[in-house]
Design a protein around this ligand. Structure first.
Ligand code: NAD
Length: 272
């Protein structure tokens, strides 16, 4: 049976927890949120240079009482650093903010037009230097992954993209699975947009669970790494209680039928 500490194996053999905490917009609550998560068994923390809270994540991990090696830390290179050709400096700045000697997973935050290969080359170098345990991408659609593969020496280990019941992303997930790229869901709860959805409320009622738990269970049961954000300890705990029930195949189908391709960030228009 899976647990909160269960992992998926990445294409280079390293293990990544299937469930973690997102900290986008956690702001001044970042330290207590990360500490609450670790205390309650989380082992994956997802931040980014853009979130402005790598320092808080680093502080919280260091003071968590759990060793650095047991925590899987993801951060990401922001778009401007790619545009300015400052990939190396951006990574060094992230390491410094985190106060860490390595990052577990470093992601290209968005596919910046014309910069995909340049950024990836530098990521590959830093990976080979042992500064990063795995490299991956975020917000890459199939065509971005195809483009990357033309020149890449190392295939991305992970693609983190927007994914929730209103944006099921079946095609992209199948593509990732075929290419041995682990799919990871951002905004897995759709920031609460689906909490009143009758189909989900019904499934939740049947299992004595919340809609958030049903949605997150869908992810782990489908092999999608998921990183819901909350700064409230009660929700941090609740969100992770998804390893003690199973969705039936009918329920999975009913959830997938909710898809309406509702995207909030379009990876084909990265002008920010
Ligand atoms: P999310 O879908 O995780 O929703 C978070 C919001 O849902 C919280 O602010 C809270 O208000 C609410 N919530 C959480 N648990 C709840 C519960 N049990 N009951 C009721 N409400 C609850 O949204 P997100 O923060 O956008 O995404 C999660 C993480 O994904 C981020 O923190 C970040 O780490 C990552 N992310 C990555 C990208 C990217 O471009 N790679 C973009 C957005 C987010």
């Amino acid at each position: 049976m899976q647990t909160l500490q269960s992992t998926v194996q990445l294409n280079n053999g390293i293990e990544m927890p299937i469930f973690g905490l997102g900290v986008y917009k956690s702001e001044r609550d970042t330290v207590p949120a990360v500490q609450a998560a670790i205390k309650n068994g989380y082992r994956l923390i997802d931040t980014a240079a853009f979130y402005g809270n790598e320092k808080e994540v680093g502080d919280a991990v260091r003071n968590s009482g759990v060793s650095r090696e047991e925590i899987f830390v993801t951060t990401k290179i922001w778009n401007d650093s790619q545009r300015q050709g400052r990939q190396r400096e951006a990574f060094e700045s992230s390491l410094k903010e985190l106060g860490m000697e390595y990052v577990d997973l470093y992601l290209v935050h968005w596919p910046v037009p014309e910069k995909i290969h340049e950024t990836w080359k530098e990521m590959e170098k830093m990976y080979e230097e042992g500064l990063i345990r795995a490299i991956g991408v975020s917000n890459f659609l199939e065509h971005h992954l195809e483009e990357l593969s033309v020149k890449a020496n190392i295939a991305p280990a992970v693609d983190q993209f927007e994914c929730n019941p209103y944006l099921i992303r079946k095609g992209l997930r199948e593509y990732c699975n075929r290419q041995n790229i682990v799919p990871e869901a951002w905004s897995p709860l759709g920031r609460g947009a689906c909490f009143e959805e009758p189909v989900l409320l019904e499934i939740a009622k049947n299992h004595g669970k919340s809609v958030a738990q049903v949605v997150l269970r869908y992810d782990v049961q489908s092999g999608i790494v998921t990183i819901p954000k909350s700064v409230k300890e009660e929700r941090i705990v609740q969100n992770a209680q998804v390893f003690d029930f199973e969705l039936s195949s009918e329920e999975i189908r009913a959830i997938e039928k909710l898809n309406r391709d509702e995207m909030h960030g379009d990876p084909d228009y990265v002008d920010f």
